[in-house]
Design a protein around this ligand. Structure first.
Ligand SMILES: *Cc1c(COP(=O)(O)O)cnc(C)c1O
Length: 383
């Protein structure tokens, strides 16, 4: 049965991408699979399982709820919540046995206090892994002050219920300005040396996908990869160049084919008016599924393997494609919006560039209305 819209995810590709990323790391350097935002729409739990099978040793998410969801799905690997946690969210992260990131004294105390409060966290694993975040130049979360970061690390190390599990920073320009990345790495590196002097070896991590691929000096003891694991290019160019293979395909089908005569229009606002007799296919996927409205008159899709233009306005539930003077296909024909068909390939990076964004945002935009199906190189499998 053709589904109106479908995101199919190749878990074997995720597994190979994890192995490919690991093969770039020196022995002993760990791969942390970042599966926040439902693994950018790919499905956090299945992607996490595949990444672990491919050699990742831990998982990272942005929120407490995401950590809880991974545990509920049966994943037992270490999880790190990278993002800020409010006092209300913190107990949920701890109950999931997740590690957390600190950059204030207050937060370190709040972790301890949460553990001591109420019976709900009696079973929370201890000691709780706590990472310290140095802001070496991203300018968002973390402390900019290395002395303060060191003091926070010492505070954690002095609490029996807590474990100083790592120190981290995040690169602002891993996909761009190399000089700024080098400056950030220098700041983080000298902080690491100071920390080792005071507290002995502590695992350090800094690299996202772009840094992992571009800058071995950023690897330290662990890298945190999301987008490359999904087979997308952190530089938003060609995933082939990144040595990874896209795992997600977004498809639909031709629901209707009809002739537009000269002067007849297609879609809201009559943005497209036929200037010749031309066949139009209607595809039941739209912006509510994640096909952004900015793609109106601004992208191609593969209809039965042929690249053909989307014409007129992308609407909530449908797009229209101009087939030309011949109808070319019958209703039911397969339509690929992201992925391969025959000799052609449409990447999420192509789609992102057309609308002035990056692959992450396009992937995160594929909505919950689109069913996800999982396979391993074409063989259906369970999530
Ligand atoms: C999202 C995130 C990553 C992973 O980034 P990718 O570009 O998807 O590899 C790594 N570290 C932190 C702190 C993040 O928030």
């Amino acid at each position: 049965m053709a589904l109106r819209a479908l995101a199919s995810v190749n878990l074997a590709a995720i597994e190979r991408n994890a192995a490919a990323l690991r093969s770039r790391l020196a022995p002993g350097v760990k791969l942390c699979a970042v599966v926040k935002a439902d693994a950018s729409g790919h499905g956090a739990a299945p992607v996490a399982g595949a990444a672990l099978a491919g050699g990742a040793s831990c998982l990272a998410v942005a929120s407490a709820g995401e950590a809880v969801a991974l545990r509920d799905a049966g994943l037992s690997a270490p999880i790190l919540v990278l993002g800020a946690l409010s006092d209300d969210e913190l107990p949920h992260a701890l109950a999931a046995g997740a590690g957390v990131v600190a950059w204030t004294d207050r937060f370190v105390d709040a972790v301890e206090a949460a553990l001591n409060k109420g019976s709900r966290l009696a079973a929370a694993p201890r000691p709780v892994p706590v990472h310290v975040k140095l802001d070496s130049g991203m300018g968002r979360l973390g402390t900019r002050d290395a002395a303060h970061a060191l003091a926070i690390a010492e505070r954690i190390a002095s609490r029996p219920a807590l474990r100083l599990a790592g120190v981290m920073t995040h690169m602002a320009t891993a996909d761009g300005d190399r000089e700024f990345m080098a400056a950030q790495l220098a700041v983080f590196g000298s902080f690491g040396a100071r920390l080792r002097g005071a507290l002995g070896p502590v695992p350090m991590h800094a690299a996202n996908s772009a840094a992992t691929l571009r800058e071995p000096a950023s690897h330290f003891d662990m890298v945190r990869c999301g987008i490359a694991l999904y087979g997308c290019d952190p530089m938003n160019e060609d995933p082939d160049a990144a040595g990874v293979e896209p795992a997600l395909e977004l498809s639909s089908y031709v629901a209707a084919v009809k002739l537009a005569s000269p002067g007849e229009s297609v879609g809201y606002g009559r943005r497209f008016v036929a200037t010749r007799a031309t066949w139009i296919a209607t595809i039941p996927i739209g912006y509510a599924d994640g096909v952004r409205r900015a793609l109106s008159d601004n992208c191609e899709v593969l209809v039965a393997g042929r690249p053909l233009p989307v014409v007129g306005t992308v609407s909530m539930d449908n797009i229209a494609v101009e087939l030309g003077p011949e109808p070319l296909v019958a209703p039911g024909a397969r339509v690929v919006l992201i992925g391969r068909d025959g000799d052609h390939r449409l990447t999420v990076e192509d789609m992102a560039r057309r609308i002035g964004t990056i692959n992450h945002e396009v992937l995160c935009g594929i909505s919950a209305r689109v069913p996800r199906r999982y396979h391993r190189d074409g063989v259906p499998c369970d999530a």
